[in-house]
Structures are given as C-alpha cells and as structure tokens.
Design a protein around this ligand. Sequence first.
Ligand code: 8YV
Length: 322
Amino acid sequence: MSRPRILVTRRWPAAAETALAERFDVTLNEADLPMTADQLRQALADYDAVLPTVSDKLPASVFEGSPRAKILGNFGVGYNHIDVAAAKAKGIAVTNTPGVLTDCTADIAMLLLLTVARRGGEGERQIRADEWKGWCPTHMIGTKVSSKTVGIIGFGRIGKAFAQRCHFGFGMDVVFYNRSKVDEAEAARYGARQLATVEDALGASDFVSLHCPGGAENRHLMNAARFAAMKKGAFLINTARGDVVDETALIAALQTGVIRGAGLDVYEAEPQVPEKLKAMENVVLLPHLGSATEETRTAMGMKVVENITAFFEGREPADRVV
Ligand code: 8YV
C-alpha cells in the first residue's frame, strides 16, 4: 500500500520532520509562510492528512466539497482556529498535542507576571536607550509579587502548573475559577482554592491569569464589566488565546487605570498587535512564545506523528478531539 500523503503547513523542528518523513509521503511548506484559505482547501482535496498550526485558519468554508483528507493533526493543544464541527461533518478526525507544552506555557505566564509587575520591559528599554541615570530609591518602582493573590481562570493542565509555580515558588495565595468542580484535595495539591464565579476570582486577585480555551464559549470572557470587577491596581496575564480578551476593553481599562498593567502572549488578530498596546509602558508583549522551546516544539511534533501514525494504522489516536 502506498504511504499516506501528508502536508505540513509550517516548518517543524528537524527531528520531528525527520520522524514524519520516515513514515509518510511528506510535503513541507518550504517557504514557511502561512497558507491562505484557498491553499488549505486545496490541501484538504490533495492530501490524506494536513498538519496545521495556530497560524492556519480553518473555518467551515475550507471544508466545502469532498475533501480527500481524513485527519487534521494539529500541531498545538489549542484548536479554536479549526471548525471541528465542520471537520467532523466531513468525516475528518482532528487531534491536538496536550501535555507536552504545559510547563513551558506556565513558565511564560510566570515570566509575563514577573516582568509586568517588576517593570522588566521598561528597565531593558531604558538601558538599551542609554537613558539610565543610575540607582536611586525611587527609580522604576514596581509591584511586589511574593505573597500576593493570583486568580486563575481555567484550571486545566496549564492552570494547575501555573498555580504550582505561584504558590510553591512565590508563596502566593492562589484562587481559581473553573467551569466544572475541581476536587478540593486535587486543588490543594497545587496550593489552590476554587471560587464559585469568574467575578469572585477577579475581585480577590492582584494578578489574574487566563488559562481557558479560546473559541466561542470563552470569546471576550474578559470584557469591560469583567475588567471593572478586577481589584483596583491589578494585572492581567494572557497566555491562553487572544479572543478570550476584548482588546478594545483591555485598552480602555489600561488607559483609565481600571487595571495597572497586562502581560500578553496572545492577541485577537495575530500577528497584528494594536498600536495602542505597543505604546503603553505598563504592558509586556510577547509574540506567542508559550510553547517555544526546543524540547517542547520537538515533543509537539512527535505527538502529531504518533497521532497520525495511530490513525493510519487503524488505531485510535491518543489525542483525538473529534
Ligand atoms: C503553539 C499554543 O505554539 O499549543 C497551543 O495551543 O498556543 C502554542 O503553544 C501553537 O498553537 C502552535 O499551533
């Protein structure tokens, strides 16, 4: 039997591309440019599997016609860029890559929290601009992190890993909101305590960190009313998905001092970042680096390889979403 034809939409770490090429008839996107909707539709017509990333948008219109593809092996845990119902309706399976990016994403959330609280970005910029005039007691005063309260929205793998860092690393009081009840003993393992509503978590926290999925159900979960429900002088950290935050409301909350600052790794219209955010000193901006370590990106690729190998061998892929 001929080997399944696979299209990889973006370049992967070499080890993962090699593992893929050993098992499948692989086409790489050598230019590594994001694919258009037409290119993705054509890819679904021409290949047995397409392996997309967050930079590929796959709405229902991309699945029109009679695709040849039988599986989308997403490189990433979040899959709000794929209309999974439309894929399912065409008999296309979808898999993702949970677990292997938990620690690195929690690390990036901590990096953002520390950087925005302690004004790390501003300090860097000041030195590189040759504007530092020397130490003095009132220079670039930030906000203490240790022993403060952090509120986590979404207590899945990454939310828990972040809680662990905050509580056991920084002695923070950790509260969280999660749509389903988390066993108290399980929460306590991460030094965390569940609250009943998003508002309860927002009102109690000096730092709020988002760890829920993107997509319709959490779209603009952080809106003007929710920013108003945050503690005065609190900070927002977002390593989840851009669409969880209404960026216009965030900008207004920052401009009017409703919140003190924000640390962001994800945006509503990536790679576009609002100019108003770029102009603010109290905002730390990263270009979607949550899982960007050599170890994790390789492990993500290997997970996709395992998922589609299982699928084409007639086994259930470990990380099947639909
Ligand atoms: C990935 C992520 O780099 O896995 C996710 O959901 O947000 C990132 O860590 C990206 O999504 C790859 O597609």
